[in-house]
Each structure stands twice: as structure tokens, then as C-alpha cells.
Write a new protein. Structure first.
Length: 366
């Protein structure tokens, strides 16, 4: 059995966006928060019907009113009570959770706010849940059934350093249970790591850090960047870890093919897929090269367009068909045999280093 994902461009998001929260609920693709143009944290969001099997016009109950709209086009969501930039989130328990982020109003610091757009009832309004135990921007947040997991993250000051918090937190959103510590990650602090649950196990792949005081533990299998004085200031981890959620035992796996900096998602409870991101090639000599590309049609420099999959049964990686162009600081949401990416951190100051990239992938097992 082989995993195949065929990608195409989807309807562009109505705003230049990077680092939002996203998920799919009942065939509706929900996106909220993030960073946009002109360099601002946003409180707005949009939704789009994506379930091709729905015979009637897709609809949501928002602010107590039923909203119907054609599939394949974007429509506004109720505004978040705050504008969380560089946030995270997932579809869980019949709604969209938005976890953490950065707020200029808080002195350009990370926040612990957790908001939930509950679409299972008759109101469809934002509800504040228990705060994340530790404030974080660019946290990694995923869902498994009604369970919401969040881990890692950074703060704006000092810039891009990983928070010294290796706890993996979990909440049963359906029960509004509050947060608990599931386990503690045994590796070094990081952010921008891919996290997913597959076959009862929690995987952590990649991630990066810009430690305060520089990188002191230099490993040749990781990717590094140097400052002008020759000191090593940045590390991207070429690592993969797995935790058995029943026993709490961690194990480090073989080195992945890249030092990944992107989200992860699970296919058929077997494969773990990594898409694009700020990822690097690490050569045997210890030299690392960040993967960059150029999108000629839209005229911007972007990040990796590679797609890799880990078969958890064989512990082998395979390179899949690439994305239409490179993406970074995007979010991933799955629905049946389809997967969507939303958002893109690019290199273009005129666009506030953001673009509303949407890709759709068709998942096949051949």
C-alpha cells in the first residue's frame, strides 16, 4: 500500500494571512485569527463549504442565525473577541478552537487565551474556554476526537526563542474539562514542531529554536544558522519522537529526511504527512541548507514545496508529489479523503510577508 496525495490550488483566502487557526467542521472549512496586512493581528475569520457530497447549500448557524452560502467560496465568521496573531487551533467537539497567539495590546507578548466557536448548538458564538496553562504564540495545537492537545511555542521577546515548557497539554472540549498535562516531551524546548496522534501514539517531528545566548549543543544532524560573528544562533531539529499515550513512554525514531518546520497530519491512522514549511536539508558533512523557492506567477519568494510521509508501520519516509508552490506558517485541515492548507508566510514586505494561499489535496491509497 502506497500513499498518494494530488494537490491543486484552491480558492484564495480573502485576506493575506499567516499563522491562523483552522479546522473543518461538518464539511465547512473554518479559519480565524492570524497575522495579516498591514502587519496586524486579526480578529476576523472566514468559512467555506468543502463537502462535495452535501446536496443542499452549505450552512452554518452563526450568532443565532442560519447562514447559507455556495460551496467553494469564502464567507465571514463572527469576529473573535480579541485579535490573536500567530495563533493555533483545530476543529474539535463540533467547533473551532483558537489557542494562544501574540497580542500587541499585551506588549507584543504571547497570550494564553483559548476561544471556541461552538457550531453544535443553536447560537454559533465565540466562547472563552480555560486559558492555556502557559502563554504561547505559534504553539502547535491538534485535535483527536473531542480531545484538544497543545504544546510548545515561542514569545516575541527575545525574538523566536522557544518557551522553556515541554509539557503536552490536553483538554476534553466536549466536557469543558480544563487542561491536564498528558506527558512531558524529553527533547529540547522548541516551536514550529509537527505534532499529531496516530494509532494511539503522539508524534513530535522537527521544530526549531533560537535559544537565548545561542546554540551551545551543536549536533551535526540538525540544521543551524550562524550570526555575522560566526556564532551559532539558530537550530532546526532533524528529530522524530513518539510517545505511547497509554504508558507515557517516549522513544526517539530514526532521523527524518529534513529538519522540518511545519504542521503534521495523520492519514488512515498509519501515515504522518509533513507539508512545506521552513524546512532544511542537512548533509552528512553537517552542512545545512534552508529550502526556498520562487513563485513566478505571484512574484514572491517562498519556502519549501516538499511533501513527505512517514509510514508508522515500517518507520520509513517517502517523498510525495510536491505542493503547487512553497508554503510556510500555514495550517492543515483534513476532511474525509481530502486535505487543505491555508495561509502562507512569504518573503515580500509589500504583502506583509503573507499570502492567502489555499491548497487542496486528494488522498489516495494505491
Amino acid at each position: 500500500m502506497t500513499l498518494k496525495i494530488t494537490w491543486k490550488k484552491g480558492p484564495v483566502y480573502p485576506a493575506l494571512i499567516k499563522g491562523p487557526a483552522a479546522g473543518i467542521v461538518g464539511g465547512c472549512f473554518l479559519v480565524a485569527g492570524g497575522m495579516s496586512h498591514p502587519w496586524r493581528e486579526v480578529e476576523y475569520g472566514f468559512w467555506m463549504g468543502v463537502d462535495e457530497k452535501i446536496e443542499t447549500t452549505p450552512s452554518l448557524v452563526l450568532n443565532g442565525q442560519q447562514i447559507k452560502a455556495p460551496a467553494g467560496s469564502w464567507h465571514p465568521l463572527p469576529h473573535l473577541p480579541i485579535g490573536p496573531g500567530w495563533t493555533s487551533g483545530a476543529a474539535v467537539a463540533g467547533g473551532l478552537a483558537v489557542v494562544g497567539g501574540r497580542r500587541e495590546a499585551a506588549g507584543m507578548r504571547s497570550t494564553s487565551d483559548v476561544w471556541f466557536l461552538d457550531l453544535s448548538g443553536v447560537q454559533g458564538t465565540w466562547e472563552r474556554l480555560a486559558d492555556r496553562p502557559a502563554p504561547a504564540m505559534v504553539a502547535t495545537t491538534i485535535a483527536d476526537g473531542d480531545l484538544l492537545y497543545t504544546a510548545f511555542g515561542t514569545d516575541w521577546q527575545p525574538h523566536e526563542h522557544a518557551l522553556n515548557d515541554r509539557n503536552i497539554y490536553r483538554m476534553d472540549v466536549a466536557k469543558r474539562s480544563g487542561w491536564e498535562v498528558v506527558t512531558q516531551f524529553p527533547g529540547k524546548p522548541r516551536w514550529f514542531a509537527g505534532v499529531t496522534v496516530c494509532n494511539g501514539k503522539l508524534y513530535v517531528i522537527g521544530g526549531r529554536d533560537k535559544p537565548v545566548g545561542g546554540v551551545n549543543d551543536i549536533q551535526p544532524y540538525n540544521a543551524h544558522r550562524l550570526d555575522s560573528d560566526g556564532s551559532t544562533v539558530y537550530v532546526a531539529f532533524r528529530e522524530a519522537w513518539v510517545c505511547d499515550l497509554e504508558t507515557g513512554q517516549w522513544k526517539e525514531l530514526e532521523r527524518p529526511p529534513r529538519a522540518f518546520g511545519c504542521e503534521a497530519f495523520t492519514v488512515k491512522d498509519r501515515w504522518i504527512v509533513m507539508t512545506g514549511g521552513d524546512s532544511s536539508v542537512v548533509y552528512p558533512e553537517g552542512v545545512s541548507v534552508a529550502i526556498k523557492s520562487y513563485e513566478y506567477e505571484l512574484d514572491f519568494l517562498c519556502y519549501s514545496d516538499e511533501v513527505w510521509a512517514l509510514d508508522t508501520r515500517t518507520n520509513k519516509w517517502s517523498c510525495l508529489d510536491p505542493l503547487p508552490y512553497g508554503v510556510c506558517s500555514h495550517r492543515v485541515a483534513t476532511w474525509n479523503d481530502r486535505v487543505f492548507t491555508i495561509g502562507n508566510e512569504i518573503v515580500d514586505n509589500q504583502r506583509s510577508n503573507a499570502y492567502g494561499t489555499v491548497f487542496e489535496g486528494i488522498i489516495e491509497i494505491v
